[in-house]
Structures are given as structure tokens and as C-alpha cells.
Design a protein around this ligand. Sequence first.
Ligand SMILES: *Cc1c(COP(=O)(O)O)cnc(C)c1O
Length: 356
Amino acid sequence: MSEWMKNVRKTEPYIPGEQPKADNVIKLNTNENPYPPAPGVKKACREINTDKFRLYPDPDVTELTAVIADYYGVNESEVFVGVGSDDVLAMSFLTFFNSDKPILFPDITYSFYDVWAELFGIPYKRPALKDDFRIDINDYMEPNGGIVIANPNAPTSLYEPVSDIEKIIAKNSSSVVIVDEAYIDFGGESVLPLIHRYDNLLVVRTFSKSRSMAGIRIGFAMGNPLLINALKDVKSSFNSYTMNMPAIILGIEAVKDDVYFKNTLEKIINTRNRVKAELEEIGFMVLDSCSNFLFASHENIPARVIFEKLRSENIYVRYFDKPRIDNYIRITVGTDSEMDAFIEALKKIKKSVDIC
Ligand SMILES: *Cc1c(COP(=O)(O)O)cnc(C)c1O
């Protein structure tokens, strides 16, 4: 072994869902939006002045921050923008979780949280969700170095009421509580109004799911200006120019078209509810989704078998080989025709398994 290897930081990376190279696949595995971004995004993209690429972008992301602040009815000093919410969350872990006490997040949740905790050397504890995959808020009432809760949660799709989240925030005034609302546009009520009442609450959102912009990488956090300033200081100690110029321009366009945004959400929610019922008809138990995906388990076909058979039909869903959830598949809600093909494939799989 080379001497230098002793000094290499060893870390177990987050493994994102597969991005198949082929075009003829039905991709329901990474919770992307099946619909394109707002038409204004395409137009603005065509009109980008590439001569300006020679200049550094605005390190303060002023214009996009203003548009987001305006849309959500908060002050610009209450908004921090980053390269996808993964960037915002990583910066938040680095900024706010510096205690010797463990941070807390559920045993089943977004699997990047433990990766960041490991990378940054943050002690952590993962209280188990109840058998029905719901949070027991009593698990978050002990001394801790911070709390992260995805609401709606991933990969369960379940939403916890604001009143419960507020109890956690109120009880933990001496640590920062991050609420990751990546899926909140698809269902449930946001804790956003609480940022004016609790200076320890940081709400994190993304353009990747509800705004169809996963490829452009925009995420943001909203919270008390003291939290936002602390985040900006850490970010500026790391990389001043995280948001590139096209991303800033296109992000602004995406927020401008609220009619398109609301229409797209409605389509996805309708498709989700229809597909949930159809899955139940063919023997699936499906959790109550407030997101753009469904988390489902079949009464007699193992999830891994379903996952593999679907994959051989070029239909990609997500399977987690992890304790408690290894008999579930997570299905992103696609277009109606994609979901029809998915249901047809499942019926075929069910038939082939029933015969033997
Ligand atoms: C998708 C997702 C993210 C990351 O989104 P990006 O903005 O694309 O980085 C963060 N948290 C949860 C719970 C997610 O599902």
C-alpha cells in the first residue's frame, strides 16, 4: 500500500438511482418530473448571451434570490440559493451541525443524510420510524446536535402534519431543525410560515422535482437571516461561484410561470392517485403518498423480483436493499402513458408468477 493512502479521506458515497443511457426506457426511479420545465425556460435558454460566459456569475445570486423571496412572500435576507438542495443540505450540515451531541434523523429517510454526517464527522442517531413508517415525535425530545426531517419523507412518501413538526421545532430551540421539503408541492402544508416564529428552523426546497429542473441544479433554503448569513459565510469559504449563470437565468424563468407550475402539479397528483388505486387492485399495499412517487409492497411477489423483471422490460423503478424496506419498490409518477405501460408490465409479471 502506498504511504499516501493512509492520509486519504475514506468515505462511503451516496448512490443515486441509475441514469440509463438508452432512450427507450421508462424511467420511474429518481423522482424526476415527467413534464418539461415551463415554456419560458426554453425561450430564455435560446436567448442566453453566451458572450457573458467569460465573466464570473453573481456570487450572491441576487436576482434569483429576489424572485424566490417574492414568490414565497419572505425577505431576501431569509433565502439562500445553492446547486440543488443536495448542495444546500450539505452546506447546512457543515454550518449548523458542530455539536458533540448526535444529530437526529429517522432510520428510514433520504439516504444522503448519513453520508454527509459521515463525511463531516458529525455524530448521529437514527430513531426508528414506527411500524407504519410514521415519525414518533417523542424520539426528537432528547438533547441533540440538530435534527433533519424530510417532509414528505423519502422513500416512504408519507407526510407529517405541521403541528407535529412544530412540536419538534419548539422543543429544540437550542439546535437547528432542518425540514427538507423536496416534495411539499405535491401534498401537505409547508412549515415555511414558522420561520418567522422560530429562529432555529431551516426549510429546504428544490427545483428538481416539482419544477422539472433536476438537470439545472437549483435548491434553496429559507429561514431566519442569522441562519442564512451563517450559511452564506460557510459557502463563501468553500466556493464563491456555485451557481452558474445559465442556472440563475433559467431558475428565474421557472418561477415566473405559476400557471404552468400548478397545472403540472395537478397532472402528477391526478396520475398518482389513479395509479395508487390501480396498484391496490392488483394486490399492492401502497402508502398514502403526498409526493410524486409511490412506495408499494406486493402481497405475494417479492419487491426485488418485481424490480428486476420491470428492469428487463426497460422500466426502471427504485429498489432499496435495506432493513425494513427491502420488500418495497419506489415508483416515480410518470406521464399517464408511462404509467399505463408500467401497470401493464406488472400485470404480465403477476401472471407469469401466478402460473408457477
Ligand atoms: C431529490 C431530493 C433531494 C435533492 O434534490 P436536488 O435538489 O436535486 O439536489 C433532497 N432531499 C430529498 C428528500 C430528495 O428526495
